[in-house]
Design a protein around this ligand. Structure first.
Ligand SMILES: *Cc1c(COP(=O)(O)O)cnc(C)c1O
Length: 443
């Protein structure tokens, strides 16, 4: 089997995600489609023997490398015991253990875990639970949601309501019941003399005035803690989360922390919201939680929300389900992932690794076309000054030619590598990204 063989077949039969398929067809400037034969650690290998360093953890899901021996072993063991069982009326060890361990990671504050298979479903579950818990309390008027400018919470019709990315949303506008949007605390919005904390306080003031006027109709505010990833790695100060938490308390509005991208150690703590020393009412997890192995998402919530549904009336329960809810293999992959966090002291070790990645990137801060070089934990990004509408695609092509997988969001180039990346691989990634940047700016 060769690359060209497989890519022809893929283009004929597979409708690829987030893609204008016609762009793959263009002969010269077309998007390359890369058939991957195998993976090992941070490396992916195609059918022609070329390799690519996975600098974005295969869409932010892979934490400990491809074909991780420990996760593989756990899954083999699980395969011999139980692959899946209905979770209504039945339960199993991996789902119990995972729920207990995740709850413990929140200090027991979020002690109830609800399961689904993907991030967008987790968003919808949190929205439905928030709404329904207010209904169950007799707060009938609380039917609306609030999100931040530039937010991304998934692309199903319900999740798009709280997603503020025009490219994903506008085509479906007539289908969507829109949420309101308040200012983002994005630190890049700092005016002269303003710090990141100042921007956070300014955004919180805007939030306060919105809540003051609309809290009676609002069920929840949904945020991506510390980093709004999909709209271009907008990073902000934890002060915003502290203020948002206390405003939500004061105005009786739930706080949903969508940690689908920033959870699982990405920002330097296991959960991003922990850096603000707050507890949300709902926490959404997915992506990295299964180590990048299997689709799994989880919505965690408090005793108070759980109590709102606990009743003699069936209709007051949360009657939501997915066929693969709490899949045993996916839960086992998540347990193996949590084992690696504990055994390898990943959070501590990532500090040194993140610092090293930052040191490698530092020379780019002086590049004449680079702005806002920024980093939090194992996510780093910079914006490129270019009015070429093709910049992102061009960079992507040159990155592949340089043996690295990086996929800019507009003019934002970002790095989100697996935590098993070595120091030499960090150097390789940044050196090749720099080469790809120069090539993309030249062409
Ligand atoms: C990726 C992502 C989602 C959606 O997850 P899917 O599994 O792609 O549906 C939701 N919220 C955030 C913050 C994400 O990064």
């Amino acid at each position: 089997m060769s690359n060209s063989d497989l890519l022809q077949r893929s283009l004929a039969a597979v409708w690829h995600p987030c893609t204008q398929m016609k762009q793959h067809a263009a002969a010269v400037e077309g998007l390359p489609l890369v058939p991957i034969a195998r993976g090992n650690g941070v490396w992916l290998y195609d059918f022609d023997g070329r390799r690519y360093l996975d600098g974005i953890s295969s869409w932010w899901v892979n934490l400990f490398g491809h074909c991780n021996p420990r996760i593989n072993a756990a899954l083999r063991e699980q395969l011999e015991e139980l692959e899946h069982v209905i979770l209504a009326g039945f339960t199993h060890r991996p789902v119990i253990e995972l729920s207990e361990r995740l709850s413990a990671l929140t200090g027991g504050e979020l002690g109830h875990c609800f399961y689904a298979s993907d991030g967008a479903s987790a968003t919808e579950i949190a929205l439905k639970m928030s709404f329904h818990s207010w209904q169950n309390r007799g707060r009938r008027e609380k039917q609306e949601f609030l999100c931040l400018a530039g937010s991304y919470h998934g692309e199903t019709v319900g999740a798009l309501a709280v997603t503020d990315v025009a490219l994903f949303k506008d085509a479906y506008a007539p289908l969507i019941r829109p949420a309101s949007t308040v200012a983002s605390p994005d630190a890049r919005l700092a005016e002269a003399g303003e710090s990141a904390v100042d921007v956070a306080r300014r955004a919180a003031a805007a939030l306060e005035s919105h809540l003051e006027r609309h809290h009676e109709r609002l069920a929840a505010l949904i945020v991506e803690p510390l980093i709004q990833c999909a709209s271009g790695m907008a990073m902000y100060d934890p002060e915003y989360l502290r203020l948002a938490r206390s405003l939500c308390d004061r105005y009786e509005v739930h706080l949903i922390c969508d940690e689908i991208a920033v959870g699982c150690g990405r920002t330097g703590s296991f959960f991003a919201h922990q850096q603000a020393a707050i507890t949300p009412d709902f926490l959404c997890l997915s992506k990295g939680i299964s180590g990048g192995y299997l689709p799994l998402s989880i919505v965690m919530t408090t005793d108070a929300v759980y109590a709102d549904f606990y009743h003699d009336a069936t209709s007051r329960g949360f009657l939501h389900s997915h066929s693969y809810t709490g899949n045993a293999l996916a839960c086992r992959a998540a347990l193996a992932t949590l084992d690696i966090f504990a055994e390898d002291q990943v959070i501590e070790n990532n500090r040194g690794l993140a610092e090293y990645l930052g040191d490698c990137l530092q020379p780019l801060a002086g590049h004449p076309r680079v702005r806002h070089l920024r980093q939090r934990g194992m996510i780093a990004a910079f914006d490129v000054v270019s009015d070429d509408p093709q910049f992102s695609r061009r960079f992507y092509r040159h990155a592949l030619a340089n043996e690295i997988l990086l996929r800019p969001i507009g003019n934002t180039v970002y790095f989100m590598p697996p935590y098993v990346i070595g120091r030499e691989e960090c150097e390789f990634l940044v050196a090749r990204a720099t080469a790809a940047l120069e090539a993309a700016l030249r062409s």
